[in-house]
Ligand binder design. Structure first.
Ligand code: PLP
Length: 394
């Protein structure tokens, strides 16, 4: 089964053109109301302080921003990060692209991707025709847990040079357990291979009072000799309009990432940089953490409502551990039992509801069919669109 869904966006566009209605969608990424709280005070302050409109700023010009970030983490979390181990980028799509290109330039060709995964990772690897991708497909029947022996075996048998993991396991809301991650890092070090850890949607944990600035997973991944760790605090505070992302990586690869960024991305928007400075400021820790806690409650509340809503239906939802995307899955139908394209079309036309089917990221055919849910959306909107979708006789 393939993850590429060229037909999906066409399906939506054709529907809008034919029916002249924008369908409901529990799956998409936009927050179009005031359900989620945004850090208005610091957005306004960042815009006021945003004076460098006239100036080009490239990735390698960001040493002051990096130094301030490292000081902030040292003061607040008592952890030393070296500025040589980090690059600041415009967004995580760009972080993924730059990291992969830097690996290609280092002649890395054999990639093992743990699925469910983020499709940009695969698209970027596939754009280089000299690479080989191998998959370790996680199984929904054991909550997408990674089996260390199996992982070690694939890495050895396929002469893997780089392992790629998305945490939370993409759109499942399952986190990679820290003890397992420690073991994975040990394997990478024993085999002397790279690990790329996409933590863009990480650090929104529901079983703990985790802090917005928590760096526990970074600390573990930094034990690897060859690592790239991608994170994005702007994602955690839903700021899709003024994004940023940080690439933490082994010293040897940072200059390459910065140099590629120069000709791929050009300069930064000054509002992005101003916003970055405001986020990592001692003055704003409490304010941002309060908003973070409120938003986690909204997400958890939406999850609990949906879980109840699905009782006595043919569908269920994965348990909520981390992140705000998860999947509602059909209890009986596996991906291999359905024609996903016609099922998605039926749900769209019969229920005016556009779903992103899980084969986009979880393309292991014996996993159950399902669709992505963005738990940060408005409660009534989510309930209506999900009830519509699951009523359709597929
Ligand atoms: C796991 C993961 N990685 C990367 C990205 C891309 O992030 P950005 O929107 O900052 O480009 C996303 C976006 O949702 C994501 O979920």
């Amino acid at each position: 089964m393939d993850y590429s869904l060229e037909w999906l966006m066409k399906l939506r566009t054709d529907y809008i053109n034919n029916i002249n209605i924008v369908p409901f969608s529990p799956s998409d990424w936009n927050n179009n109301d005031n359900t989620i709280k945004f850090p208005i005070n610091i957005i306004e302050k960042a815009m006021e302080n945003n004076k460098n409109h006239h100036k080009y700023t490239f990735m390698y010009d960001l040493i002051n921003l990096k130094t301030n970030y490292c000081k902030f983490i040292k003061n607040y979390l008592h952890y030393d990060i070296n500025t040589n181990n980090m690059a600041i980028s415009q967004n995580s799509t760009s972080s993924i692209y730059l990291s992969m290109q830097a690996l290609f330039e280092n002649k890395i060709k054999r990639f093992l991707v743990i699925t469910p995964t983020y499709f940009s990772i695969l698209d970027t690897i596939k754009s280089n025709k000299t690479t080989n991708i191998y998959y370790y497909h996680l199984n929904d029947s054991n909550n997408f847990k990674i089996n260390i022996d199996k992982l070690k075996k694939i890495i050895g048998e396929q002469y893997i040079e780089c392992l790629i993991i998305t945490d939370p396991i993409f759109c499942t809301s399952q986190e990679v357990n820290s003890e397992i991650l420690e073991q994975i890092i040990k394997i990478c070090n024993d085999k002397d291979i790279w690990i790329v850890y996409d933590y863009t949607l990480g650090n929104i944990y529901f079983n703990s009072d985790s802090d917005l600035f928590n760096i526990n997973k970074l600390k573990i991944v930094q034990k690897a000799k060859k690592y790239i760790f991608i994170e994005s605090i702007s994602k955690r505070i839903f700021m899709n309009g003024i994004k940023n992302s940080i690439i933490f990586a082994s010293t040897q690869i940072i200059p390459e990432i910065e140099s590629i960024s120069n000709y791929i991305n050009g300069g930064f928007s000054s509002s992005q940089l101003s916003f970055f400075s405001e986020i990592y400021s001692d003055d704003n820790i409490k304010y941002l953490n309060n908003i973070f806690i409120q938003n986690k409650k909204i997400i958890e509340n939406n999850y609990n409502i949906i879980k109840t809503l699905l009782l006595d239906t043919n569908y269920d939802i994965y348990s909520l551990e981390s992140g705000y995307y998860t999947t509602i899955y059909h209890k009986d139908y596996k991906l291999e039992n359905l024609d996903i394209e016609s099922t998605t079309k039926k749900i769209l036309y019969d229920a005016n509801t556009f779903i992103i089917p899980n084969c986009r990221f979880s393309f292991y055919k014996t996993n159950h069919f399902g669709f992505r849910v963005n738990l940060s959306k408005n409660k009534e909107y989510l309930i209506n669109s999900i009830l519509n979708a699951i009523k359709v006789n597929i």
